[in-house]
Design a protein around this ligand. Structure first.
Ligand code: ARG
Length: 455
């Protein structure tokens, strides 16, 4: 394609290091779409004769059909998907194929193709996250009133409901959705027509190609347009953050599925066995989601390092932009699908959660709050009194609400029998009615709000 001034062909290793076809063939649909929009505009503007433009368009259709049926050949001599498609087009329609590359460069072409690809990727992630969110809401609704221990420092802290816990992940997903939508809106400008770096002298209509490809507008600066990969970094940053959320939930499933916790039983479909220990039900998918988040974050760092320090405009380093984006996307898609499946099918052991919520003195704060509210005790003093009650319960080997009233009044005379109303875990969660709190009614209201139901 560029051999005019060269007497010799490239060395084998040069060919190999230069080629991106092994990975960028994945953008063939976007490459065909970009070329069709470009040639239609060339024809309409009279830059290419209408008959030639029509022949090129038909030829691109045939190339696309060939790719769809047979895949894209990894011909390193043809370097990348753009040269591959042009060569296949020439096979299909002859020399007129050479008019397609008028008024463009592979620099604006690849920037356009890659934006189209990332935009499609975002749309897939948005759909997958919506399904994941629906699964979270359904399980949260089912368990809106089921008590479990809430943790800080992974120590039993205060009772919460399982529904409230799952709705915390809904909040993370809602932010992820907004980050991906935001990235999509920001990236939706079309580089095509920026040509190699300076724009073109041909009378192109960049607004027409932008609109034909579903972009809001053409990009405003040709140098920036061919050398900007912020859209890919935005995608990776959103993907990395999303994967952190998935990893945290995955970690909870790993912990919860372990025998000491026993909070969840993963369905057969989402567990694996051990080849030597027949009793095992391993949460491999959750562990891999946890692991994949590290790789996805690595992809973000990889592209950041590629871009740092590159002078304007295009440099070949930028060809390395695609593998981390493709890798991150595949890992993220798998991770979202796996967590959706696990959330949908897991059996939550609510009896076990309740038992542990009741055994961990998780209502100690409720006793302290009661002393403040009903006996006018300053909170710091109430905290101290409650600490002594916990110690007494611990010594006696009973729950707080199993201490006799005499034991409690011996600790502080201001305690009376009404205190038992707040010492059960159900009373505790029901009392947490502050906006955003864990009371079952709040959780149900949050689920309705998340679904957009009228309150
Ligand atoms: N394969 C190249 C890439 O992915 C296409 C752009 C090549 N441009 C160039 N001036 N060599 O970045």
């Amino acid at each position: 394609m560029w051999g005019g001034r060269f007497a010799e062909g490239p060395a084998a290793v040069m060919r190999e290091i230069n080629a991106s076809i092994p990975f960028d063939k994945r953008m063939w649909r976007q490459d065909i779409a970009g070329s069709r929009a470009h040639v239609a505009m060339l024809g309409a503007q009279g830059i290419v004769a209408a008959a030639d433009a029509a022949a090129i368009d038909a030829g691109l259709g045939r190339v696309a059909a060939h790719y769809a049926a047979h895949g894209v050949a990894e011909d390193l001599a043809l370097e990348d998907i753009h040269m591959q498609t042009e060569a296949r087009l020439a096979d299909a329609i002859g020399a007129v194929a050479g008019r397609l590359h008028t008024a463009r460069s592979r620099n604006d072409q690849v920037a356009t193709d890659f934006r189209l690809w990332v935009r499609d990727a975002i749309d897939q992630v948005l759909a997958a996250l919506a399904a994941f969110d629906a699964a979270l809401l359904a399980r949260a609704e089912q368990h809106a009133g089921d008590v479990m221990p809430g943790f800080t420092h992974l120590q039993s802290a205060q009772p919460v409901t399982l529904g409230h816990h799952l709705m915390a992940y809904h909040e993370m997903v809602a932010r992820d959705l907004s980050r991906f939508r935001d990235a999509r809106a920001r990236m939706n400008a079309c580089p095509l027509g920026s040509a190699a770096l300076a724009g073109t002298g041909f009378p192109v209509d960049r607004h027409v190609t932008a609109a034909a490809l579903g972009f809001d507008a053409p990009t405003r600066n040709s140098l920036d347009a061919v050398s900007d990969r912020d859209f890919a970094l935005d995608y990776l940053a959103a993907a990395a953050q999303c994967s952190l959320h998935l990893s945290r939930l995955a970690e909870e499933f790993v912990l919860w599925a372990s025998q000491p916790f026993g909070f969840v039983q993963l369905s057969d479909q989402w567990s694996t066995g051990s080849s030597i220990m027949p009793q095992k039900r391993n949460p491999d998918a959750a562990e891999l989601v946890r692991g994949h988040s590290g790789r996805i974050t690595g992809c973000l760092v990889s592209l950041m390092m590629t871009m740092k320090g590159l002078p304007l405009a295009y440099s070949k380093d930028m060809q390395d932009d695609k593998p981390p984006v493709f890798e991150a996307h595949d890992l993220l898609a798998l991770s979202i699908a796996a967590m959706t499946g696990m959330v949908e099918s897991a059996t939550f052991r609510t009896d076990r959660m309740r038992a542990l919520a009741e055994s961990g003195y998780a209502t100690a704060t409720d006793l302290a709050d009661w002393l403040v509210r009903e006996a006018g005790v300053p909170f710091r003093e109430a905290h101290h009194i409650t600490g002594r009650a916990v110690a007494a319960a611990e010594t006696a080997g009973v729950r707080l609400d199993q201490l006799a009233i005499d034991d409690l009044t011996a600790i502080d005379a201001r305690i009376d029998a009404r205190v038992y109303d707040v010492l059960s875990v159900d009373a505790s969660v029901a009392s947490r009615t502050s906006f955003g709190g864990t009371a079952p009614d709040n959780v149900r209201a949050a689920i309705r709000a998340a679904r957009g139901d009228k309150q």
